[in-house]
Design a protein around this ligand. Structure first.
Ligand SMILES: CCCCCCCCCCCC/C=C/CC(=O)SCCNC(=O)CCNC(=O)[C@H](O)C(C)(C)COP(=O)(O)OP(=O)(O)OC[C@H]1O[C@@H](n2cnc3c(N)ncnc32)[C@H](O)[C@@H]1OP(=O)(O)O
Length: 276
């Protein structure tokens, strides 16, 4: 039974990092077993290798400790995550590029297939990799007046098959094709209309509260029955990457290091700065 006695709500807080700076914070509610995982890499929570490694470790620990739910949110009320850190793409050191993409694969495999019920509390913009994180969760609550989408084509890059599958499993093939080929970013209201998100929230507190309400749906459901059912539904999608990880890594390295893509990314980064 879910208890809501705020006085006795003992929160244990743990930060995961191999560095002095913590990029992901995990707070577990000891009464409910629900973990809030907060991305905290200002200004825009772009996903670099270190953040991805911390998120990956946090997800493993929450799997081992049998968390009863996970709420993924941002420490900022403006941006949930700006997606992959574009600076990682211009890193010419192939060892780091490999580690970076492998870490992203790890995070997606762990989050998409997590035994715990997962909610994306999208308290800010969520382009590209930010949208991928949200799509990997089972439920999405988003603040009004934000944007979300897989806009990779706008950067001159191709979203891998597992990005596409994550979107297709939520909004269907036709809309996924239209969204990805045009690089469409949806407003919160548009996203609700097409089922890309499930609820709209006024502010972060409201979004967290709506996320908690979703997780309450499972308080009287056997965790075993729930997670096995999720595994049956999501297993094939996860396995399709697990079986092709090496080829996916090679495709990423070949694509991202090509002269044409590097030129396009440079122009895109400059346009981001000019947009100020
Ligand atoms: C045969 C083919 C097979 C193909 C196989 C596959 C091949 C693989 C191909 C590779 C696929 C790779 C997939 C990538 C997915 C991604 O996630 S790419 C990242 C895309 N992200 C974006 O486009 C977001 C861009 N950012 C924004 O739109 C805005 O910043 C924002 C709406 C998120 C926030 O706006 P605002 O609050 O106004 O902040 P800004 O002033 O814009 O930004 C502040 C600061 O942050 C920098 N920044 C923003 N986004 C990123 C980022 N993603 N990475 C790094 N840095 C970023 C921005 O430049 C500002 O920096 P300065 O203050 O100017 O220094």
């Amino acid at each position: 039974m879910f208890l809501r006695r705020s006085v006795t709500l003992a929160m244990s807080l743990k930060n995961y990092s191999s560095e002095a700076k913590n990029l992901v914070a995990v707070a577990v509610n000891n009464q409910t077993g629900v973990a809030t995982v907060t991305l905290q890499r200002p200004p825009v929570n772009s996903l670099n290798l270190e953040l991805l490694n911390e998120l990956s470790s946090a997800l493993t620990e929450l799997e081992e400790k049998k968390a009863r739910g996970i709420i993924l949110k941002s420490s900022s009320d403006s941006v949930f995550s700006a997606g992959l850190d574009i600076h990682e793409f211009s890193n010419t050191e192939e060892g780091r590029l490999k580690k970076f993409w492998t870490a992203l694969q790890d995070v997606w495999i762990k989050l998409y297939g997590h035994s715990a019920p997962t909610v994306a509390c999208i308290n800010g913009h969520a382009p590209a990799g930010g949208c991928l994180l949200a799509l990997s969760c089972e439920y999405r609550v988003m603040l009004k007046q934000k944007t979300i989408g897989l806009n990779e084509t706008k950067l001159g890059i191709v979203a891998p098959l597992w990005f596409i599958a994550s979107m297709e499993n939520v909004i269907g093939r036709r809309l996924t094709e239209l969204s990805l080929t045009t690089g469409k970013m949806y407003t919160t209201e548009e996203a609700l209309k097409i089922g890309l998100i499930d609820e709209i929230a006024e502010d972060t507190n409201d979004a967290v509260s709506k996320s908690e309400n979703f997780l309450k749906l499972f308080q009287n459901i056997s965790p075993f029955a729930r997670s096995q059912t999720k595994k049956f539904i999501r297993g094939n999608t996860v396995q399709s990457l697990v079986k092709t990880r090496e080829a996916d890594l090679k495709a990423f390295i070949d694509d991202i290091t090509s002269e044409k893509v590097q030129k396009g990314l440079k122009v895109y980064m400059e346009s981001l700065k000019k947009g100020k």
